[in-house]
Design a protein around this ligand. Structure first.
Ligand code: LLP
Length: 410
């Protein structure tokens, strides 16, 4: 309540100790299961220089997908040796910037990128370490819009169609590329272990084939991210250590079966690392009761700061901040303030009957919320604070109308 008084609403509040404990859960679980492993946080879930600093202190790498995310990492002075670059359509400029910064590795995802990257690396006089992203045709049973490992996807070279083989052959032949290994990402959130283990077995067999035919050396191996997050108490994911054990076991089995030395294992968690550390806080405004139907409770944010319910029918829970001790007396539909019928944050939230001015918190709002925020309806994006040791500090101020107009001309 004090934070909203100071920084206004809506407000995103991140808890530093949760970030650190999740970072340690990931690095500890994976290094226990497989010593030669590396955690590379997927910056797209929430990118901020303050977060980059914390991750650096925790020994976690960062996986970027654009020149803009690189700029955020650069602002924090994040070490280039701990950066990866993913993405299905990187521009020449983005590749030039990344290589100039000294990025550790770039995951190739498309035929034009092989030539482009080879020429950019050549111009900068280096041999760039790369991975090739393959698509293993495994369905991870996530939402249609967040599934990426299947045949019909824009991501990755398909093993099934023979394109992955062609890409490996070309990457090995490119003089300025140093092919370090193979990457895939199945989609997200993934609540089961089987998609990972199935895909690892398949991709390791493919890697063995590529070694036998083209001399592929498997120094590095990445099954991407996609680890699930508990958005609601009745849909909790498996512990991170279960994912780590299953992935490590499958990778080791693949190495044994095909005679590989154990490669460096790189995992790219996004939501599971950052999601629980962020809480969105909104203020209740208009309330519309439709007798016999339902009550709409409108808050001062919505799809502009969290488009996930509208885009993926994602579900969140809500808590009353100022009336936390009161028992819920019914179900209320939490609507946003944007001019769009689909701007609903929660279809049925259990709350004590909301009143204008109440503060409502949505836990587990740290991933793909402010990261995907827009200025729809010309609404300024919210402020973000980081809480640590009982102190809050502003890590991104609320946008102003001047910010919104800064790029426009009459
Ligand atoms: N690695 C790669 C190559 C990815 O494409 C992604 C996510 C990740 C790692 C991290 O996935 P995570 O661990 O965060 O699930 N906006 C959507 C998610 C899009 C994910 C895109 N790629 C959402 O809000 O659910």
């Amino acid at each position: 309540m004090d934070l909203v008084e100071e920084y206004d609403s809506p407000l995103y509040v991140y808890d530093e100790s949760t970030i650190r404990s999740m970072a340690r859960d990931f690095s500890g679980s994976f290094s226990n299961a497989y010593v030669n492993s590396r955690v590379s946080y997927s910056f797209k879930a929430f990118a901020s220089p303050a977060l980059a600093k914390i991750l650096e202190e925790e020994g976690i790498g960062v996986d970027i997908v654009s020149g803009g995310e690189l700029a955020v990492a650069r602002m924090a002075g994040f070490p280039a040796g701990e950066l990866n670059f993913n993405g299905n359509n990187k521009s020449r400029q983005e590749l030039e910037e990344a290589i100039a910064y000294g990025i550790a590795r770039i995951t190739i995802d498309g035929f034009p990128e092989i030539d482009l990257l080879n020429s950019v690396a050549g111009e900068q006089g280096i041999r760039q370490p790369v991975l090739v992203r393959v698509s293993p045709s495994v369905d991870a049973h996530s939402h249609r819009l967040t599934t990426t490992g299947i045949l019909d996807t824009k991501f990755g070279f398909s093993i099934e169609t023979g394109h992955a083989e062609l890409a490996i052959e070309q990457a090995i032949e490119a003089p300025n590329l140093d092919l370090r290994g193979i990457h895939f990402h199945l989609g997200s959130p993934i609540f089961e272990l089987e998609p990972y283990t199935e895909a690892i077995a398949y991709v390791m067999a493919f890697a063995a084939d590529m070694r036998d035919r083209y001399g592929l050396e498997l120094h590095e191996f990445s099954p991407g991210g996609g680890f699930a997050l508990g958005y609601k108490r009745d849909a909790l994911p498996l512990p991170i250590s279960d994912y780590a054990n299953a992935i490590a076991e499958a990778l080791r089995a693949g190495c044994d079966a095909h005679g590989f030395d154990e490669p460096l294992l790189i995992v790219e968690p996004g939501r599971a690392l950052i999601g629980r550390a962020g809480v969105a806080v909104y203020t209740v405004g208009a309330i519309k009761e439709i007798p016999g139907v339902r009550t709409y409770v409108s808050v001062d944010g919505g799809m502009g700061d969290n488009i996930r319910p509208a885009l993926y029918e994602s579900e969140y829970e809500a808590f009353s901040v100022n009336r936390a001790t009161e028992a819920p007396d019914g179900q209320y539909r939490i609507a946003g303030k944007y001019c769009e019928s689909g701007d609903i944050l929660i279809n049925e939230a259990s709350l004590p009957k909301p009143k204008p001015g109440d503060l409502i918190a949505l836990p587990a709002s740290g991933a793909y919320t402010v990261a995907m925020a827009s200025n729809y309806n010309m609404v300024p994006r919210p402020a973000i604070v980081m809480v640590a040791d009982g102190e809050a500090r502003l890590i991104r101020r609320r946008e102003t109308y001047d910010d919104l107009l800064a790029t426009s001309k009459v």
